[in-house]
Design a binder for this molecule. Sequence first.
Ligand code: P6P
Length: 339
Amino acid sequence: MSIMKNVTVGEFIVESQNNFPGSTGELSKILSAIKLASKILSHQINKAGLAKEILGSVGKENTQGEDQQKLDVFANDTFINALSARGVICGVASEENRSFIAFNDNVNNDAKYVVLIDPLDGSSNIDVNVSVGTIFSVYKRQSKKGQPVEMKDFLQSGNCQVASGYIIYGSSTMLVYTTGSGVNGFTFDPSIGVFFLSHPNMKIPKEGKLYSVNEGNFAEFCPAIREYIKFCQSEDLSTNKRKYNSRYIGSLVADFQRNLIKGGIYLYPSNLSHPNGKLRLTYECAPLAFIAEQAGGRAISKDKRVMEIPPSELHQRVPFFVGSKYMIDHLEEILASER
Ligand code: P6P
């Protein structure tokens, strides 16, 4: 796909804003803040192999009990600083922080949006040069304007998202987002520091040939998941060829992006070490579910759409299945037969 050098993400945001009569430009400012922070982080990640001081562990665990990487802290600080500087959001919830952060001043208390973010997903892959990503979600606050933000502002189901997206820091840095009118991808040109529209109106193929799951957990999956994986591994009797290929990078944004472009299914089921699944509903599953559905795909968790699940707490984990429509339809049938 050739990069359409004539449209930058900034121009695209302004153009899209014009399609929302009465829009005040606040959402555009949020997207611009995310764009800025992603450029700063991309620069740090791309030199990580050379600048040893930003590699490796901080030597303590984050709120999830996971070994916190130095770049996790840098990414978290970078996005929170960029988002708090524009006076357009009243608070942020991050994977790296136990609770939300209220931007409790006169300007931000009047803002109407909140942001939830996984600043650097898959950061343990950085040391081995595997793609990593940022995932974000934007909601309108439910609490009274002019007052400090409240927890209920962050515990809204995915259906209420006004925007979501991700940045993938890989062979190139790409920003992919939706505001509910389709999905568009922008590729960063570091030589001039600009994101260009490279993947307009992204659509996930209805069927794919790739399934993405950590098969090391196979013995711990429920019978229905094991049945589906065996189906993926089986041969197509009409061609004597395997139906699908297994591709698992172990970095959610990278696995998601590959399936979005090529078609496929990503599964993170419950297992013994993660009885409710590993991925977080509010800042990983719901934003990617919004992207998937806007691109013509599907995202479910057990027996319902991810976008319908009302979060019970900020860091709630859920089983997550996302990808090509027909592949999710098939998995859903198998899961239903087990209930
Ligand atoms: P496992 C990275 O830690 C992450 O949150 C996702 O990016 C990735 O898809 C998943 O966990 C990998 O988990 O248990 O297969 O190593």
